[in-house]
Design a protein around this ligand. Structure first.
Ligand SMILES: [Zn+2]
Ligand SMILES: [Zn+2]
Length: 132
């Protein structure tokens, strides 16, 4: 699968039997539908993340779904009165795209990952140094 930003092939990381597509160029992460729930393991936490999705208008360039190549929708994730992240979601429901750091920020800001489990699992990715 190619990165929707860089168009280069992403690598597959297997984390607790969840396959995550990761771009080594831009540090973006693609999660197929259902993988966020698997990663969070806690069904209530996953439901809280998914319920916080709100459609958004954005001037950001639309990204294309790496599976069906349709333009993805921008959605806001997080608490309505708090800090929110803008992520990309396939209109056909293939999955979600997180730019560098967005998944970590989402897990951090609303304590969706209260025990820090996912952040620990993904620590190697998240700690990757900036390459500007
Ligand atoms: Zn990329
Ligand atoms: Zn798609």
């Amino acid at each position: 699968m190619d990165c929707p930003v860089c168009k280069t092939a992403m690598i597959v990381l297997e984390i607790e039997e969840v396959e995550i597509d990761y771009c080594t160029d831009c540090a973006g992460i693609w999660l197929d539908t259902g993988e966020l729930e698997l990663l969070l393991e806690d069904f209530e936490q996953a439901a809280a993340v998914l319920q916080s999705f709100a459609p958004a208008q954005s001037d950001e360039t639309p990204r294309k779904c790496p599976i069906c190549l349709k333009k993805m929708d921008k959605v806001l994730v997080g608490e309505a009165d708090g800090k929110r992240e803008l992520i990309d979601r396939c209109p056909k429901g293939h999955g979600l795209w997180f730019d560098r750091g967005e998944l970590k920020d989402i897990l951090t800001m609303a304590e969706f990952d209260s025990e820090g489990r996912v952040k620990e699992l993904l620590g190697g990715i998240f700690d990757r140094p900036e390459t500007e």
